[in-house]
Write a protein that binds this ligand. Sequence first.
Ligand code: BES
Ligand code: MN
Ligand code: ZN
Length: 478
Amino acid sequence: MELRFSTASPIDLAGDALVAFVAEGSTAELSTLDSAFGGQLQPWLTARAFTGAEGQLVSMPTLGRIAAPQLVVVGIGDAALARVRTAAGRAARELRASKARHIGAWLGANADPDRRLAAQEGFGIGTYAFERRPEKELTPALSSVSFAVTSGRPDVAEGHEEVIHRWQDWVRDLVNSPAAEIYPETLAARAGALTRHGCTLEVWDETRLKAEGCVGILAVGQGSARPPRIIRVSWNPPGATRQVALVGKGVTFDSGGLSLKPSAGMQTMRCDMAGAATVLGAVGAAAELGLPVAIDVWVAAVENMTGSAAYKLGDILTYSNGVTVEIHNTDAEGRLVLADCLIQASKYPATEVLDLATLTGACVVAIGQDFSGLFTSDDALAGALMNAANQAGEGLWRLPLHKPYKDQLKAEWAQLRNVGSRDAGATTAALFLEHFVGKEKRWAHLDIAGPALIEKASGMFAAGATGQPLRTLLRWLS
Ligand code: BES
Ligand code: MN
Ligand code: ZN
């Protein structure tokens, strides 16, 4: 999406549409436009009860009164950046449906560069679509936005946003792609894109996984014709000021295994590698932006299927850190494969370890599709992540990592069982993971099962993968 800056009046901005942003109660700011419409714009807005409240959006043909043939007026409520971002995203979704490619944007009387950046972010997020249709039915993405400005040039943040937007699309495409295309080996091949930006890539095949004692990944993968992999990516900039590890759940399809999911629950399970896609996108963007943070990425790429060699209930796994696990449900596979990666990541000097996983339906039941669940016993780390999420405009909500619930994971024949009771399912999954993280690490677990893939378009997001919380990770890293 190309950015342009024009000191021309919004009335003269050419393109397929003009988007005007209006704060609550500030429709009077539209006076220049109103004059172009011979004073008929204000009454038209009033008749539609448009006040500039958050979420309002009205659209009209301009019939030659201004240069752009379509006018979209969006409400931004209190004009907070999050409102501006969401309004831009909604407008972009609307405009994509009407096949607009070049748009003008007028951000209101008091627009500053931060507001412009928020609008740029929203337009980028909102214009994404994943479509597999005949060519003539495809709707084009926005290809340029001309901002009406009083003065000014693009700044650094706007350049960064172009990179972040591209990586978010990369993550969304990866998550939306069918499991027939994305399986452990092809996911590893896609990670090859990162080497173009100076990252190093290492892929562990089954021989290596056996040698390293990655019993969780091997057990989950053994029911599939597609062999599992660990994908390890490192970004090691000279003079790095921090060292972090990012671990991603890369279950390229989750049938549930022998504890088979019902069809409805299985339909979207190509999204079960969203954690992997997001951490890979984060290191790709960090490398392209040249962030001075060393990042060690570990992805457990595996397909959870029901083949004749599938792992079974009652199996006992002995992890390379000595922890033993009794299998009570083969659909609780995410924690089993993350465990191997957390053990591996803990062997390296990273001080902070974050894992991202579409781990539990329980998390979605608790906080829905607008939030990822955050689990950590480190208040400072929680604060930093919450800050990053708030700035990025992505939903993140801290949930309890409540130690007494560990009792739910006690097993009869081994140290742990891989599922607890029905209560606090997202918490017991997090408590399970904690057994595999090095004691000296600052660790946080993000359960992204809600936002990973949404079934209906909502806010800025088209139906499908949202790419969250990539922007939170990047804010936290920088
Ligand atoms: N991949 C699922 C979790 C999930 C659910 C992701 C909905 C995205 C949307 C995970 O592997 C799973 O099946 N979890 C089980 C755990 C249970 C068996 C303890 C679940 O949530 O039902
Ligand atoms: Mn599962
Ligand atoms: Zn899963």
